[in-house]
Design a protein around this ligand. Structure first.
Ligand SMILES: *[C@@H]1O[C@H](CO)[C@@H](O)[C@H](O)[C@H]1NC(C)=O
Ligand SMILES: *[C@@H]1O[C@H](CO)[C@@H](O)[C@H](O)[C@H]1NC(C)=O
Length: 243
């Protein structure tokens, strides 16, 4: 999880050109709870580079209602690390089950408050797990200019973060490879019974930064604490200007 934190930090908070190659310090404060996370993040927002960032959220039947709420909390906490706006980071989100359910596109909202409200309003689909279909939609629709992605020549990083709890009911390997080839950087976060090999066929290289498996939905919150404590909260943030 540490390496995910570093990887994300570099995406969210560092410049594309990295001048400082010192290694980051180990993450210290891991015990902070969610309240702390949110407060601190608001006090110390990241100076983030603009991203086109699409959440791809598994909304399958196997996710229990209170776990679904934890996913929302995870998303909302991650949003605190992003500077959201039309000229800053744009955020889109789709849920998937047996079908794709786009919640909002990269150009739907222009403020963090609107995005947060939309996340809170999401309804659990409770159907299947068509992860491959979701990746296909992300590539073919979410990251188009019609849906608010900025033109490729602007070189705004295109990030897809997939959170899934189960084995896909369709094939993912080929479509995920196509999406990565198309320039989408994919983070694959698995929860519970997902197998690591499947996650690796989804996520970008290096897998140590992009592919993460946590034991259960409570563990996702731990990940947020890691982000907050070192990424955007402290005076030491500049130490993370590393590759
Ligand atoms: C979380 O941390 C805050 C501030 O330290 C504290 O007031 C609150 O009681 C904590 N909540 C839980 C659930 O531990
Ligand atoms: C979640 O996983 C952690 C680590 O394996 C474990 O300690 C904890 O009891 C689990 N929580 C639930 C609710 O299963």
């Amino acid at each position: 999880m540490r390496s995910l934190a570093f990887g994300l930090f570099c995406l969210l908070c560092c410049n594309a050109v990295r001048l400082d190659r010192r290694r980051p310090r180990p993450i210290a404060a891991r015990g902070r709870n969610e309240t702390t996370v949110q407060t601190k993040a608001v006090e110390n927002p990241c100076k983030a580079v603009p991203l086109d960032f699409v959440f791809v959220i598994d909304s399958s039947r196997s996710i229990r209602p209170h776990d679904y709420e934890k996913v929302k909390t995870f998303i909302i906490n991650l949003l605190q690390f992003l500077k959201i706006g039309p000229d800053d980071t744009r955020v889109g989100l789709l849920q998937y089950g047996s079908e794709i359910h786009p919640e909002f596109s990269l150009n739907t909202y222009t403020t963090k408050a609107e995005v947060e409200q939309a996340v809170r309003n999401m309804k659990h689909l409770a159907t299947g797990t068509m992860t491959g279909l979701a990746i296909q939609y992300t590539m073919e629709t979410s990251f188009t200019e019609e849906d608010g992605a900025r033109p490729a020549n602007l070189q705004i990083p295109r990030i897809a973060m997939i959170v899934t709890d189960g084995r896909p009911q369709d094939t993912v390997e080929e479509i995920a490879a196509q999406a990565r080839q198309a320039g989408i950087q994919i983070f694959a976060i698995g929860v519970g019974r997902v197998d690591m090999d499947t996650l690796k066929t989804i996520g970008s290289e290096p897998h140590s930064e992009h592919v993460h498996l946590v034991a259960n939905f409570s563990q996702i919150e731990t990940l947020i604490s890691v982000f907050q404590s070192k990424l955007c909260g402290g005076d030491e943030s500049h130490l993370f200007l590393v590759q």
